[in-house]
Write a protein that binds this ligand. Structure first.
Ligand code: SF4
Ligand code: SF4
Length: 284
């Protein structure tokens, strides 16, 4: 079974639009949305949720008022100012370090599992789909990405699917690193803007560090041909595989409004290019 990840150095490059297009072309694949901080692939895929799994990350302190003698030790030890003057725990500030529970002389504080998000196993018109949503203020997105990938792999094995198509997070943070783990190919989507090359260099650096095979795709290449040339030169000079270029196409927005992928919406030049890029990915 192979895993293909689509990532970008920053948000707004059209990564998810491209993944949705690939989803409609992929045969016998499990689709996974690992952009757990801001998932949006489900908007186009319109999944029917079959299973919901709670995701627990850090433990959280819970106080038993009847045991508290108001000694203030928990407040003194908390480095995150997460305990107020009345010795109440402020959930949004708490980092779950457990120091307050450890120091409490009366065992009034207990650390318990806190639900940080949910994982969904769904069906779509293109096949099975694993996705997730992190709760507001939760930070364990790398761990959640790992769980989404694990569930996608289990599903692919169970249903004898040959491919996992993953929509990754933008940027170079923890969720991206978790997304990269174990993939066979990472397609990096970039765009010809001032920050485009810089973002591309950063994400290539991360992928290279983990020895992941990469290819690059320039989206909306015709909005700035000069920057596109710069990206092409950069790729040529650094031995980076440029897989394809996609023009700006207003019909993509119309497709999204109709909750369709570029492939489903029209047989434009853009959808032909997306098909060509997908067949190149499969070859690689
Ligand atoms: S350390 Fe324990 S007993 Fe002391 S204020 Fe905090 S919760 Fe109450
Ligand atoms: S678990 Fe850590 S961060 Fe949270 S309230 Fe206790 S000491 Fe503060």
């Amino acid at each position: 079974m192979k895993q293909v990840l689509v990532i970008s150095g920053k948000g707004g490059t059209g990564k998810t639009t491209l993944v949705a297009g690939f989803a409609s072309l992929a045969e016998n694949a499990v689709i996974a949305d690992c952009d757990v901080d801001a998932p949006d692939l489900h908007i186009i895929l319109q999944p029917r949720i079959q299973r919901e799994i709670p995701f627990y990350a850090l433990k959280a302190p819970v106080k038993d008022e009847s045991r508290c003698v108001e000694c203030g030790r928990c407040r003194d030890v908390c480095r995150f100012n997460a305990i107020d003057e009345g010795f109440n725990i402020i959930d949004l500030r708490c980092e779950g370090c457990g120091a307050c529970a450890f120091i409490c002389p009366t065992d009034a504080i207990e650390m318990i599992d806190r639900e940080a998000g949910r994982i969904y196993i769904s069906r779509t018109r293109f096949g099975p789909f694993v996705h997730a949503q992190l709760k507001i203020g939760e930070e364990a997105s790398g761990k959640l990405v790992t769980e989404v990938k694990r569930k996608a792999k289990e599903l692919a094995e169970r249903e004898k699917r040959e491919l996992i198509l993953i929509d990754g997070s933008p940027g170079i943070g923890c969720p991206v690193i978790a997304s990269l783990s174990g993939v066979d190919l990472a397609l990096i989507v970039t765009e010809p803007t001032v920050s485009g090359i810089h973002d591309l260099e950063r994400i290539l650096g991360v992928a290279e560090h983990f020895k992941i095979k990469t290819s690059v795709c320039i989206n909306k290449f015709d909005i700035n041909e000069e920057k596109t040339n710069e990206i092409e030169t950069f790729c040529n000079e650094n031995g980076i595989h440029l897989l394809g270029k996609i023009p700006y196409d207003s019909s993509i927005t119309r497709a999204m409004i109709e909750l369709k992928t570029a492939i489903e919406f029209s047989s434009s030049q853009t959808s032909e290019r997306v098909k060509k890029i997908w067949s190149e990915i499969i070859k690689r």
